[in-house]
Structures are given as structure tokens and as C-alpha cells.
Design a protein around this ligand. Structure first.
Ligand code: PRP
Length: 211
């Protein structure tokens, strides 16, 4: 008997695009397209169950097996390093992680660099490789404010269109890593629901190729 696969989708714009990709791959779920505040949606015939979770929580659901598979940004995977399989680059939600600062800023390297970020692990690794001493300032949002108010010298953050930086007189100093959405899989689920998960991954891979 076919086993039901639980899929964690990241709530928001990326999640809707990701769902449309699952739909095009043959895993539609009509109830998810209705406007309501439900969080779980099932298509019994297709043996799939979707749920919306906060994007930064997808990897937690998948790592702990509450979801068998999920879609998470490479930024989240690099930051939280969940013990999951990363099986497919969906080639969407593309952006980059970068260091940015006020226009004209140069790092004099005479004192500890103050770095504001939502991604302390990624930022620390990036500067460790350069042997540069930093002081991490952990923020949860509106990171661009930090250098403007002199809370930090630089930020390590996601840059998509670049308009948040431009409109606040900031600029990219260095790229850290390119980012895109990845399909991740719980390690135990991959053993016990191997056929079902492989079928989904291969249909999704076809969608990526056809894009
Ligand atoms: C992200 C990121 C930047 C912005 C970049 O923030 O942290 O602030 O998007 O996008 P852009 O280059 O297209 O302007 P998000 O919208 O997730 O909100 P946050 O500031 O609350 O983290």
C-alpha cells in the first residue's frame, strides 16, 4: 500500500511557487488553493499531505520527521545544518547572501568588525576563513537598519533585487554564497517511504529541467 508523504512548505511567496511546482509535477491538492486559515491539506488519492510552516522552521520539521520532505532555502540549511538529505536544487527563490555596508565603507581592520545578521553561523564561518575578528549582533529582521544607526559596521544578509540596500544608501561589499530553494528529506522517511519519495523527487526534477 502507498504511504502518505508529509510535505512542509514554506509559508509565503516562495511557498506558493513551490506548491505550484508540486502541482505541475502531479501532486496537486485542491483544498490548499482555497482561501482559509487552515494549516494542513491532504489529497488522499495522491497520498500526500501538505502543511505551511514558517520558512526558517521547515528544516526542523523535516529533521525531526514531523514532515518527510520539505523545501528550505540554502540559507536556512547552511545556518542550521539540519541532519537531512538535500536531494534537489529547485532553482527558484534565487538570491544571494552578501556582506553590505553604508556606501563608501571600507574595513580598516584596526578594530573588531561589528556584524549584524540573522545568520550568525554563516557570518562567523565567512569571517573565520579570513581570520577577521568580528562581533556578531544577532537581529531578527530589518537588518539594514543596523549600519544606518551605527549599531554595526556591516550586515550579512539576503540580497534579492537589491532594492532594500539601494533605497537605504547601502551597498554590497562582498558576496558570501548564492542561495536557492532546496528539497530536503528526512533520513528515516527516505528509508521507509523510499518509493513514494523517490517518485516525488524525480517528478520535481523533471519540473526543474523544464523550467
Ligand atoms: C529580506 C532580506 C532583506 C530583503 C532583501 O528581508 O533580509 O532585508 O529581503 O530583498 P531585496 O534585495 O529584494 O530588497 P525580508 O523581506 O525577509 O524581511 P526582514 O527584513 O524582516 O528579514
Amino acid at each position: 500500500m502507498k504511504k502518505t508523504v508529509n510535505i512542509a512548505l514554506p509559508k509565503g511567496r516562495l511557498g506558493e511557487k513551490v506548491y505550484n511546482m508540486f502541482k505541475a509535477a502531479g501532486y496537486e491538492c485542491p483544498s490548499i488553493e482555497e482561501t482559509n486559515r487552515k494549516l494542513i491539506f491532504e489529497n488522499e488519492e495522491k497520498c500526500i499531505r501538505y502543511f505551511w510552516v514558517k520558512p526558517s522552521d521547515v528544516s526542523i520539521y523535516v529533521e525531526r520527521g514531523a514532515a518527510d520532505i520539505g523545501v528550505a532555502g540554502k540559507d536556512i540549511i547552511l545556518e542550521y545544518r539540519p541532519d537531512v538529505y538535500e536531494l534537489l536544487d529547485l532553482n527558484m527563490g534565487k538570491c544571494r547572501m552578501a556582506v553590505a555596508a553604508k556606501k563608501g565603507f571600507t574595513d580598516s581592520k584596526t578594530s573588531t568588525l561589528r556584524v549584524a545578521t540573522k545568520f550568525p553561523y554563516i557570518a562567523q564561518c565567512f569571517y573565520d576563513k579570513k581570520c577577521r575578528d568580528i562581533d556578531i549582533i544577532n537581529l531578527n529582521g530589518s537588518i539594514e537598519l543596523a549600519p544606518i544607526l551605527d549599531l554595526s559596521d556591516v550586515i550579512v544578509d539576503i540580497v534579492e533585487t537589491g532594492s532594500t540596500l539601494r533605497e537605504n544608501n547601502l551597498e554590497v561589499i562582498e558576496d558570501v554564497v548564492p542561495i536557492s530553494a532546496r528539497l530536503i528529506v528526512n533520513k528515516v522517511s527516505y528509508k521507509f517511504k523510499n518509493n513514494e519519495i523517490d517518485a516525488i523527487v524525480s517528478e520535481m526534477a523533471k519540473q526543474v529541467e523544464n523550467k
